[in-house]
Design a protein around this ligand. Structure first.
Ligand code: ATR
Length: 284
């Protein structure tokens, strides 16, 4: 293990519950790999303690923290400054404590999604055609922000609750189009990218019923669900001969900017890290 001295840099992940979080394993790997005098710890913070806990980060000399379920939206109001991306997504997943004690909130999920997609499907071109996004929750907002930044010409959103997809389209602008959940098969007919942002297909959740027979042969299929790593959607894509990108990489890539801000080094996502995190997933 790397040493933790009295001068160690501190960061952690705020969640409730937090015991399931893989982030301590992830940051712990990088701290060890780079031999950094630092620690990254789970911070179990109940909703009624969120404000005092977040303010306590600076008070206790933390460099910052990640924020996970259920605090990502509520924590926004406690920030002294917000990145433009966090404002657009409407959630904070990364807090940086500045030297003057003020708190800066960022959201690195869009970066994580896009970096994972670029690494896993280098042939994908944003202008290849429309993208189809399944779901309209918090994860969908980050994916849509990333696809808009990449200048995907049209982003179709389908969601079980139509009003949520419509509200997203209204908010994000004309390149985002809401379509009925029942039309998801036809909506995939000319897309260059299909993204599942719902929790369907996750271990213990209902299966995702997404017909992909109509997807073009060069369509890339990606899932933000990473447990199981090969979701039924991804294995159906493989059976159909489509390239696919699993969701574990999004988790790994979204963590990089925070590590850089707190510990001063932009870490890499390597095959060895993935192998390490697959063991962590199996243990979880
Ligand atoms: P997150 O922040 O992880 O995106 P969320 O805001 O709860 O979580 O969103 C979950 C997404 O999965 C939503 O799009 C949700 O659809 P609704 O808006 O209709 O709730 C979708 N989802 C969850 N269970 C579903 C199911 N059984 N069938 C279809 N969609 C489902």
């Amino acid at each position: 293990m790397h040493p933790i001295t009295g001068a160690a840099t501190l960061a952690g992940v705020i969640g409730w519950p937090v015991a399931h979080s893989l982030s301590p394993r992830l940051h712990g790997y990088w701290l060890h790999h780079h031999n950094i005098d630092g620690a990254y710890v789970p911070l179990a913070v109940a909703p009624n303690n969120l404000e005092v806990a977040v303010r306590g980060l600076s008070a206790m000399g933390f460099a910052g923290a990640n924020v996970t379920v259920p605090h990502k939206e509520a924590v926004m109001a406690l920030m002294d400054g917000l990145s433009e991306t966090a404002q657009r997504i409407g959630a904070v997943n990364t807090i940086v404590c500045r030297d003057d004690g003020s708190l800066f909130g960022d959201n690195t999920d869009a970066f994580g999604f896009f970096s994972n997609l670029s690494a896993g499907a280098p042939s994908w071109m944003p202008n290849r055609g429309p993208a189809l996004v399944l779901g309209a929750g918090g994860a969908a907002r980050a994916v849509i922000a990333a696809l808009m930044d990449a200048r995907v010409p049209e982003i179709r959103v389908v969601n079980r609750t139509a009003a949520r997809a419509e509200a997203l389209a209204e908010e994000f602008g004309t390149s985002v189009v809401a379509m009925p959940w029942a039309a998801r098969g036809e909506a995939a007919g000319d897309v260059g990218l299909l993204v599942n942002t719902t929790s369907l297909g996750m271990t213990g959740k209902d299966p995702l019923d997404m017909p992909i027979s109509q997807c073009p042969d060069d369509c890339i299929v990606t899932d933000i669900v990473y447990s199981p790593l090969e979701t039924p959607l991804l294995s159906a894509a493989t059976d159909r001969g489509l390239a696919s990108v699993d969701g574990l990489g999004m988790l790994l890539h979204q963590a990089r900017p925070g590590f850089d801000a707190w510990f001063g080094r932009l870490p890499d996502v390597t095959p060895d890290l993935r192998a390490h995190m697959m063991v962590a997933l199996a243990d979880a």
